[in-house]
Write a protein that binds this ligand. Structure first.
Ligand SMILES: Nc1nc2c(c(=O)[nH]1)N[C@H]1C(S)=C(S)[C@@H](COP(=O)(O)OP(=O)(O)OC[C@H]3O[C@@H](n4cnc5c(N)ncnc54)[C@H](O)[C@@H]3O)O[C@H]1N2
Ligand code: MOO
Length: 418
């Protein structure tokens, strides 16, 4: 289902009782299935949406033979007796197709229809206009600088495959084909809750600001979801249960942060069950992001991310983001698939795969990126990420990384779409 192999050791290298990372990703994805409903939307609003079916070319492209260069259209046979021809007019881009009269050249601009009868275009750099004639100092071959009708793409070519998240380049390609509306899957509906009595009245002693809810809402929207802010749940089992049960089937995915660990007020797992749902997995061999909970309540998947902000971020990237992609009908993107070289040495306790803020420090002689490791493995703060260019990942079995070792990372992508 998820064609990514995560760097894992054998199960005996994993901390017992924890889900290996690849199994946890598979379990997360198994909680959701692609949304069947589709809608037709204007092309201009389609970036980030996922094509609900293949989009085929309504015509071959280019539509007509046209010039690839500014220059002169001519008939090669007319140059048999010399290297110049009388100039008989101009064909600008947008002009209606016309014929090339015998024995003359026509000035032509890039994109203009090649006149019927012309078999080459000489670019302006290889010609000189002298009075009413044009002289060619490099003689062309048949077909030079002519973009033939249908040479870019045949009629019926697949422009966009079903499941493709639409990027600006697809918008351009579809627009070039005269397509103004596209059929896309309905956006996944995601409910985002924070939990914790400490999150109200941030800034006063004992209280903090809610970092995760704004972050997870933004991440979910960036991933293509319609995300709804459901506020902060108190550290109370009954209130949490009521809030979850009240959602009915309105959402495809519920995302929570906090209350999934071991403490006496970590009620999320019990609330999922008390709300009539099922807990399908809990705790991953991952640092940060160990106490993630996976489950379902009715038709809705629920992913309980840890409260520590970097843990919640990592959990989104590894589990919730791929769930949203699958709901939207897209193939979840592999995480940390880019090989790089460690620019640092690091001894660590094996047992959990580890995600860390990574900064690009240069390239080795073969052009492979060299990474620096930032932060000190603290999951309570996002601050080290401000200097990072992406997230590095090491396997659960790794006890030592030596400078120069190959590792893998997930660069932050600009805008998330290109
Ligand atoms: N005895 C144990 N304690 C803990 C374990 C464990 O295995 N045994 N795991 C630790 C790990 S690892 C993590 S991660 C955290 C996760 O705990 P919870 O998911 O239950 O989260 P909380 O306890 O509710 O909060 C943890 C931490 O994060 C802060 N937080 C929570 N929500 C937000 C938010 N929306 N914005 C900003 N900060 C938030 C919260 O105040 C706590 O400081 O558990 C460890 N403990
Ligand atoms: O898993 Mo916790 O997320 O290591 O801090």
């Amino acid at each position: 289902m998820h064609d990514v192999t995560y760097p894992e050791g054998t199960s005996c290298e994993m901390t017992p009782g924890l889900l290996p990372l690849d199994e946890a990703v598979a379990l997360a994805l198994a909680q959701v299935s692609p949304i069947a409903q589709a809608e037709r939307i204007p092309l201009a609003e389609a970036v980030g949406r996922v094509a609900a079916k293949d989009i085929l070319a309504p015509a071959a492209m280019p539509l007509f033979d046209n010039s690839a260069m500014d220059g002169f259209a001519l008939r090669l046979a007319d140059l048999a007796g010399g290297d110049s021809l009388p100039l008989a007019g101009t064909v600008p881009a947008g002009a209606a197709p016309r014929d090339l009269p015998p024995g003359v050249a026509l000035e032509i601009f890039t994109g203009a229809p090649v006149p019927q009868g012309a078999d080459a275009v000489v670019m302006i750099e290889n010609a000189r206009v002298a009075g009413a004639r044009v002289q060619f100092h490099r003689l062309p071959k048949a077909g030079d600088n002519i973009r033939r009708a249908g040479s870019d793409q045949p009629l019926g070519a697949r422009l966009v495959a079903r499941g493709q998240p639409l990027r600006p380049l697809h918008v351009g390609l579809l627009a070039a084909n005269g397509i103004t509306q596209v059929e896309v899957s309905r956006r996944p509906r995601v409910a985002v809750f924070s939990t914790g009595d400490e999150l109200t009245g941030g800034g006063t002693p004992g209280r903090i600001h809610d970092a995760n809810r704004p972050m997870l809402l933004t991440l979910a929207r960036e991933a293509g979801a319609e995300a709804e802010d459901m506020g902060i749940l108190p550290d109370d089992l009954a209130a949490t249960t009521r809030a979850l049960a009240a959602l009915g089937d309105r959402f495809d995915l519920i995302l929570t942060s906090g209350a999934v660990s071991m403490g006496g007020r970590d009620h999320m797992r019990d609330a999922i069950v008390a709300a009539g749902g099922a807990l399908t997995g809990w705790r991953v061999a991952l640092k940060p992001g160990k106490p993630v909970a996976f489950g379902r309540i009715g038709k809705t998947a629920i992913t309980g991310l840890p409260g520590n902000p970097f843990s919640a971020y990592t959990g989104f990237r590894l589990f919730a983001g791929p769930q949203i992609a699958r709901l939207a009908g897209a193939a979840p993107a592999p995480f940390a698939s880019v090989p790089a070289r460690a620019g640092f040495g690091w001894s660590r306790k094996p047992g959990r795969a580890e995600v860390f803020p990574a900064r690009l420090a240069g390239h080795d002689p073969a052009g492979v990126q060299i990474l620096e490791r930032l932060g000190a493995g603290v999951s309570a703060t996002l601050f080290p990420l401000t200097e990072a260019d992406g997230l590095g990942l090491v396997a659960a079995s790794t006890a030592h990384v030596s400078e120069g070792d190959m590792i893998r990372w997930q660069p932050f992508c600009k805008g998330g779409l290109e």
